[in-house]
Design a protein around this ligand. Structure first.
Ligand code: EPZ
Length: 416
């Protein structure tokens, strides 16, 4: 199994081109099922989750392939409505296909989704949303089956602004007869990007990016071409790397309007930021100050996916930092690995309290996607060499992390 070797303690200097957004392209690939004609999706990151999504599309009978960073999907051969357990288990986002298959085929069958172990990953909100649009839901032996003679518009009231449930409701509503309103919708930029793609396919969507989304269902949708937005969490990871290791980095394609809460914490720590038309530049002059308490929350609050890499960057900041993880129950699994590098931290439930100090290289193992990124960020600040295992978790969401770190001047190499 390959590992990521990082020689830390060297300030970064360089620039990198930001990948397309994993959390935008996955629902967009699912939504391409709604199109009667071919879709071309550009700026697609090369990730194992994307490969899994393309495999699900092919399993359903579609043609789905990647050339460079462009995906082509044609639903001409669409003939299946069930996703086998093996394909479901490979990523959480497979639940994203629920609304699209139901809307196109009138039924869908899948097992409960896999993905990062961040605590229980229920899908009750997804199922309630499908019921609100007229679906019948049944479960037998861990396999869910939803049927709907014809989906009809309705009011989807989300108990929580769930990103995935908002996306499934939005996708299904596009082919439901009549008008749908999604209340307490998630507001992430990835939802706006999904809505832009659906609109390019002929859907009538308004309010995406706000907590109230309205959809006027259509009888059918046509193919479209779309360019995926940049990955704000990959950008946050690069900026956190600069905060941890020091130096100066430029992230081309990063959007200030997607990262407000994250950037505010970096500035509070003493990172100086420069915003260009299509880049963010960070300079970390010397030791940073701890930011105090950082609470994650639904967008536009501080992003839960940015918590692990920023936590790593706080390990060398002067003073005490407290992270309150409000989105997931078990999202501090990286802390025990970081302690092997000398991190002075403790976790109590959803709160992690840490104090800045020196870090040293160690052999560590990633247990989930963003936790793996946190290990890489900490290794850049640690004196000496680190070896990071569990790269399969990192490859789910980062398109060549070693190469990106090398762009930024880090001594980071993938070794067997
Ligand atoms: C999306 O996951 C992202 N994944 C996650 O990114 C991200 O952390 C999360 O949104 C929050 O921003 C993709 O977009 C592919 P949620 P999702 O539904 O949709 C609870 C990464 O690292 N909930 O907004 O699964 C749930 O348990 C990944 O890129 C229910 O209770 O997140 C969680 O506590 C990790 N019932 C909270 O809501 C439901 O039916 C937020 O989950 C659904 C969710």
């Amino acid at each position: 199994m390959s590992k990521l070797k990082i020689e830390g303690g060297i300030p970064l200097r360089g620039e990198t081109e930001l990948q397309g957004s994993k959390n935008a392209v996955l629902p967009i690939l699912a939504a391409s099922l709604l199109a009667q004609g071919p879709c071309e999706i550009e700026n697609v990151p090369r990730l194992s989750d994307v490969r899994a999504a393309l495999e699900i599309l092919r399993h359903l009978g579609c043609s789905a392939s990647m050339e460079g960073r462009c995906a082509a999907v044609d639903t001409k051969g669409l003939c299946r409505w069930e996703i086998p357990e093996e394909l479901m288990g490979r990523m959480r986002s497979s639940v994203m296909f629920l609304g699209a298959i139901l809307a196109r085929m009138g039924r869908v069958s899948l097992t409960l989704p896999g993905g990062c172990e961040l605590g229980p990953r229920p899908i009750d909100l997804h199922l309630d949303a499908m019921r609100a649009l007229g679906a019948q839901v049944s479960e037998e032996g861990g396999r869910l089956t939803l049927t709907a003679e014809a989906l009809h518009g309705g009011t989807v009231l989300l108990r929580l602004p769930s990103v995935g449930a908002t996306e499934n409701a939005l996708i299904a509503a596009c082919l439901a007869k009549g008008e749908t309103e999604i209340i307490n919708a998630a507001r992430e930029p990835e939802i706006e990007d999904l809505a832009a793609f659906l609109t390019a396919m002929g859907a009538r969507v308004s309010g995406a990016g706000t907590s109230r989304i309205r959809v006027e269902g259509a009888a059918s949708l046509h193919g479209a071409r779309h360019r995926v937005i940049p990955d704000r969490i990959a950008a946050a990871t690069c900026l956190a790397a600069c905060a941890a290791a020091g130096g100066e980095v430029t992230v081309k394609g990063a959007r200030q309007d997607h990262l407000g809460a994250f950037l505010a914490v970096l500035e509070k720590m003493g990172v100086s930021l420069e915003f260009g038309a299509d880049y963010i530049r960070a300079r970390t002059p010397g030791q940073l100050k701890a930011p105090g308490t950082v609470e994650t929350g639904p967008y536009p609050a501080f992003p839960t996916d940015g918590q692990p890499p920023l936590l790593a960057a706080c390990l060398t900041a002067a003073g005490e930092t407290k992270f309150v993880e409000n989105m997931f129950e078990n999202r501090f699994r990286h802390v025990s690995e970081l302690m092997k590098m000398g991190a002075r931290a403790q976790v109590r439930g959803r709160v992690c309290t840490l104090r800045g100090g020196a870090l040293h290289g160690a052999q560590v193992e990633a247990a989930d996607l963003r936790g793996g990124a946190a290990l890489a960020v900490a290794a850049l600040a640690a004196r000496g060499e680190s070896l990071i295992g569990g790269l399969s978790h990192i490859e789910r969401g980062y398109d060549g992390l070693a190469g990106v770190l090398q762009d930024l001047g880090a001594r980071a190499f993938e070794i067997d």
